[in-house]
Write a protein of this length. Structure first.
Length: 214
């Protein structure tokens, strides 16, 4: 694939982001075109470019790490889809964060747990387990942030049922790195309370967690 062909192909519905991602990983020289695609006025190109970068961050984070600041800046994007993709990419890049860049944006990243969008909060929770596994020194700080989910206020776009879903995701995150947590009692108490959650799926997650640690 030539550089001049990349954005044109991105605009075509029949071309899958996964296929282009494979090409880019084989030929990193195509990366600048993908980054340019994120700024495209063509929505298909924009979002497919973001999806490609997210896919690359999962399989080959090394080639994206030099551009981590690009994704950090996207956290300020007014476009939620770009913001969500940036959250995921950053989460994947923590596994090779030799310069401790995530540590510097920790407060900003976890400030999104207070967002009025369930999806935004969910992206942070879904990434927290892998971040904790990658950044052991941040384990206690991450745990403290996740425990706050129980007390976030409901809002028009974040109902009690949304909150119940997020509580389930929090349990899954804790399960990922529970062995690293020092103050386990706080987490166990949190999960025990969710064993009475009105959402059955969250209740089941809590029960499985408690059974696993017995």
């Amino acid at each position: 694939m030539k550089k001049t062909d990349v954005l044109e192909k991105l605009g075509k519905k029949e071309i899958k982001a996964e296929d282009i991602a494979k090409n880019v990983m084989k030929n990193p020289g195509l990366l600048p075109e993908i980054f340019n695609g994120v700024s495209s006025e063509n929505s298909r190109v924009k979002f497919k470019s973001a999806k490609i970068l997210r896919g690359i961050s999962e399989k080959n984070p090394e080639i994206l790490y030099p551009e981590m600041d690009f994704f950090i800046n996207l956290l300020d994007s007014e476009n939620k889809i770009l913001k969500w993709n940036a959250m995921d990419v950053i989460g994947n890049l923590t596994s090779i964060d030799s310069k401790n860049k995530f540590d510097e944006i920790f407060k900003k990243y976890y400030s999104f747990l207070s967002a009025d969008s369930m999806i935004t909060v969910a992206h942070i929770l879904d990434n927290s387990g892998k971040i904790a596994k990658a950044r052991l020194q941040l384990t206690q700080r991450i745990t403290s942030e996740l425990l706050k989910i129980e007390n976030i206020p409901t809002q028009p776009h974040l109902t009690q049922e949304c909150k119940n879903i997020l509580l389930g995701k929090t349990i899954l995150a804790f399960s990922t790195y529970f062995d690293q947590i020092e103050k386990k009692d706080n987490v166990i108490s949190f999960v025990k309370r969710q064993a009475n959650n009105t959402r059955n799926a969250t209740k089941v997650k809590a029960e499985k967690f408690l059974k696993k640690i017995e």
